[in-house]
Design a binder for this molecule. Sequence first.
Ligand SMILES: [Zn+2]
Length: 204
Amino acid sequence: MNDRWLGILEVGLSILSPPSCAACDTHVGIGRAFCSLCAGTVLRSTSGGAAFVYGGAMANAITKMKYGDRPDLGRVLGALLASAARIEGVDVIAPVPLHPTRLVERGFNQSALLAKPLAKAVRRPFAPRLLCRVRPTPRQTALDRAERRANVAGAFEVRSFVVGMCVLVVDDVRTTGATLEACESALLIAGAREVRTLVLAEAP
Ligand SMILES: [Zn+2]
């Protein structure tokens, strides 16, 4: 990772970050998301709509946030997302929702943990209940692209007025994009003028 990206990893984190690396828990200086060893494994994504490549320390940090009972990492990773993303002309920012049953199981929605500090950083409204997952969907890990699309088709409903608006939908990881496509479809049907998507990390 070059100096420019190391710099970006530090932007805005001075108040938010814990004194330990988001991936390996090594002590780091105030204002750093990752230790220098882990930062070297974090790759900026070159594809649109994704801030980083899923892998290395970024994958470790996301896994820790979601499954390691570390929702506090959402603020750090959300600040990184805000630093790495360009957001212009967006009217409202909405996270990909979890089904209420899954939300109770996990205790938090990781996409909302990322989208909230992002919305605050770019001064756009944060709408955590704009989208609702109305149908529980099996975990997608073992499914191929076609199966994922069928799995999430019709799973989302729009619960706010979006007619004529540009909506940014935020998720933690994009694999095939099937979930974000289903959200986009629901928003366009509800009258959104434009739907953009942004993820913290995209599977290579
Ligand atoms: Zn580390």
